[in-house]
Design a protein around this ligand. Structure first.
Ligand code: 4AD
Ligand code: MG
Length: 432
């Protein structure tokens, strides 16, 4: 049987009788009436069961309902301006589907470590449900953005023979007689794909063996990576700005109740959706960091705290461009004006959230790229297929990667990325 009525659609059923299938979160009984906090996965609603409205057996069952028991509720939808969803259900019949004993997550406060151990159950709670719903809508906005702009989705492999973002964060795994690495980024494959499709993107999981316990690092995260032939850094920045604006607009439009539940002040999201982003060079960003008193030298890479300082300087996302080549991967396009710089960019989210996008123009000159591969001590044989993209019809091209979890953390204003996915992978967390 396919269920037809969900809490999400109750506004279409005012005054009508419905059957809802779901779970009892909490029950309050007061002599002649019971109130069930009920959820069905699409929303939350209060069920009111009066002693004279339901059969007496049902009333006994309801009175003794335990947290997270599964039930089917038959009842009438009535408007209730005080209820968060605007409705409640006046029950006529409640069926017990399965009784729960000793649900481990009680309504009292729990520490995050405890809750992470029970993540498979914790995702049922309204707050986690709201975050994961926002994530769903962000992913939807991302796909819509690229699909409506002539991009072709090209899936990048997960097993790869080479690094993309530095050997220190590679997960290696035996692959018959060889060693494979879990993909750090689909970029190199998208560079090949953009020569086939003009505009290509991949959207999938990527991996970094980053054994650092920060609020921004996961070992497995989702990245969307567009790549466009005949595009320079300026075009890349425009594409990335448009994407982040679309995400903010989509979430403001579709996730009002989730943002309210998360107590999210939406001012920064509104500015993001409607106004151009700030833009500064790496060199100017260094000046902002130095002015704050932090011991930072030109040529250093930004750490999380440095990004926070730069990001906090603006009330909107900021694009930082033209970093020193020394601290960046081999594939970045050298600046024509200053060979010490590359034509790349990062986008830092406002409100101290730091980098959500990294990308830029790629080196299209075969000889320059070969020299960079050599200089970084990488094997030219392993990258031979990648160099073919330069050997056969090389063109200027650019792209970027947006990290989904960092974006969710910022949009939902979360202190840590660990709540941005249903089953996050962190250095010390492989379960559940
Ligand atoms: O800046 P990154 O390393 O860039 C690349 O991987 C490029 N190859 C992308 C491209 O140009 N196609 O990573 C891109 C984004 C970061 O801005 C961040 O949002 C996210 O990926 N990211 C992480 N998110 C969570 N945990 C981690 N350990 C992350 N590392 C990067
Ligand atoms: Mg980066």
């Amino acid at each position: 049987m396919l269920q037809k009525t969900y809490i999400r659609h109750l506004k279409d059923f005012i005054g009508k009788c419905v059957v809802l299938s779901g779970w009892a979160m909490r029950v309050r009984a007061s002599g002649k009436v019971c109130f069930i906090q009920f959820r069905d996965g699409t929303g939350f609603v209060q069920v009111v069961a009066g002693i004279t409205d339901v059969p007496s057996d049902d009333f006994e069952t309801i009175k003794h309902l335990t947290q997270e028991s599964s039930i089917r509720v038959h009842g009438k939808v009535v408007e209730s301006p005080k209820a968060p969803c605007g409705f409640e259900i006046v029950a006529s019949h409640v069926e017990l589907v399965s009784k729960t004993e000793n649900y481990p997550i009680s309504p009292k406060e729990h520490g995050t470590d405890f809750l992470m151990d029970w993540r498979h159950l914790w995702i049922r709670s309204p707050r986690e449900h709201a975050i994961l719903t926002v994530r769903h809508h962000i992913a939807q906005a991302i796909r819509e953005y690229f699909d409506s702009r002539d991009f072709t989705l090209v899936d990048a492999p997960i097993f790869t023979p080479n690094e993309c973002e530095g050997s220190s964060t590679l997960f290696a795994t035996p692959y018959f007689d060889e060693t494979a690495y879990l993909s750090q980024s689909g970029q190199l494959y998208m560079e090949a794909a953009c020569a086939a499709f003009g505009r290509a993107y991949c959207f999938g999981p990527t991996f970094r063996a980053e054994n650092s316990n920060t609020r921004r690092h996961l070992t497995e995260f989702w990245m969307v990576e567009p790549e466009v032939a005949y595009m320079d850094l300026e075009g890349d920045i425009e594409l990335a700005e448009g994407l982040v604006q679309s995400i903010a607009k989509h979430v403001l439009d579709k996730c009002t109740s989730e943002l309210r539940l998360l107590d999210r002040d939406t001012k920064a999201l509104e500015i993001t959706a409607n106004e151009p982003f700030a833009r500064i060079s790496y060199t100017d960003a260094v000046k902002i960091i130095q002015a704050s008193g932090a011991p930072f030298q030109w040529g250093d890479d930004f750490g999380g705290p440095d990004e926070t300082i730069v990001g906090n300087h603006f009330n909107r996302p900021v694009v930082v461009y033209d970093y020193p080549a020394e601290i960046k991967p081999f594939y970045m396009k050298r600046s024509a004006e200053n060979p010490k710089l590359v034509r790349n960019m990062d986008i830092l989210a406002p409100e101290g959230f730091g980098e959500i996008i990294g990308g830029g123009q790629r080196e299209e000159d075969l000889a320059v790229l070969e020299a960079a591969i050599q200089k970084q001590g990488l094997s030219p044989e392993v990258y031979s297929w990648y160099l073919d993209v330069r050997r056969y019809g090389s063109v200027p091209h650019a792209g970027f990667g947006l990290g989904l979890e960092r974006t969710v953390a910022w949009i939902c204003n979360l202190p840590h990325v660990r709540e941005t996915g249903a089953f996050p992978r962190l250095p010390h967390r492989l379960k559940p």
